[in-house]
Design a protein around this ligand. Sequence first.
Ligand SMILES: CC(C)(COP(=O)(O)OP(=O)(O)OC[C@H]1O[C@@H](n2cnc3c(N)ncnc32)[C@H](O)[C@@H]1OP(=O)(O)O)[C@@H](O)C(=O)NCCC(=O)NCCS
Length: 194
Amino acid sequence: MPIDRKDYLLTVLKKNPGEIFEIMGSMWNTFKYRFIQPCIGKNTIVRRKTVIINYANVKIGKNCVLQDYVYIRAGAHGKVTFEDGCMINSFSRFFGHGGIEVGENCQFGPGVTVTTTGHDYKENNLREIFKKVTIGERVWIGANVTILPGVTIGDYTVVGAGSVVTRDLPPNAVAVGSPAQAIKHFPVSPSRVN
Ligand SMILES: CC(C)(COP(=O)(O)OP(=O)(O)OC[C@H]1O[C@@H](n2cnc3c(N)ncnc32)[C@H](O)[C@@H]1OP(=O)(O)O)[C@@H](O)C(=O)NCCC(=O)NCCS
């Protein structure tokens, strides 16, 4: 069941009045990324201590939540895009020099790392290589998953906690392990979407 944000805030404040400072920090961060360094859509919440670097190359849609301590860095050329309705949990990190594209309504558990940078280990100077990561719609990425450069994850797929995604994953699959492999395929009925 979706959380009623107003009800949640009132309940938290009643029990922990000191949380007002956390809430004010979130309000400030949301304001900052909506109007001063604009890169988020309407009704998107950015909680305190979350940082977005190179915001001109970041676009986060409407009705998203970025919990506290999320780190998003776009590159000079690589863009980072989250479509509407995405939820990103604390301590998740997105390094978007090669570009990151995320579809609607995706969920990221805590501590997810998405990296788009590699190094050519055969060259003396470890030249950087950038590759885009593409994540479909309504994908659920479990806690502490690492997603490597160049990977595409299909719509509706679930990636189990702690997995390392080294290769593309199909849509409608449950994938687990290191390297992550699809262990199940499932249909999604339209009524279950959203
Ligand atoms: C993948 C997941 C969703 C379970 O999906 P499921 O379809 O119910 O899968 P099951 O529990 O039936 O497990 C199927 C098999 O995969 C294994 N498995 C499940 N999750 C795994 C994981 N994260 N890593 C490795 N193996 C895993 C199970 O042990 C089981 O193996 P077995 O058949 O040898 O016994 C769940 O395990 C998971 O990782 N959830 C993420 C939770 C999370 O990160 N929450 C943070 C908040 S978003």
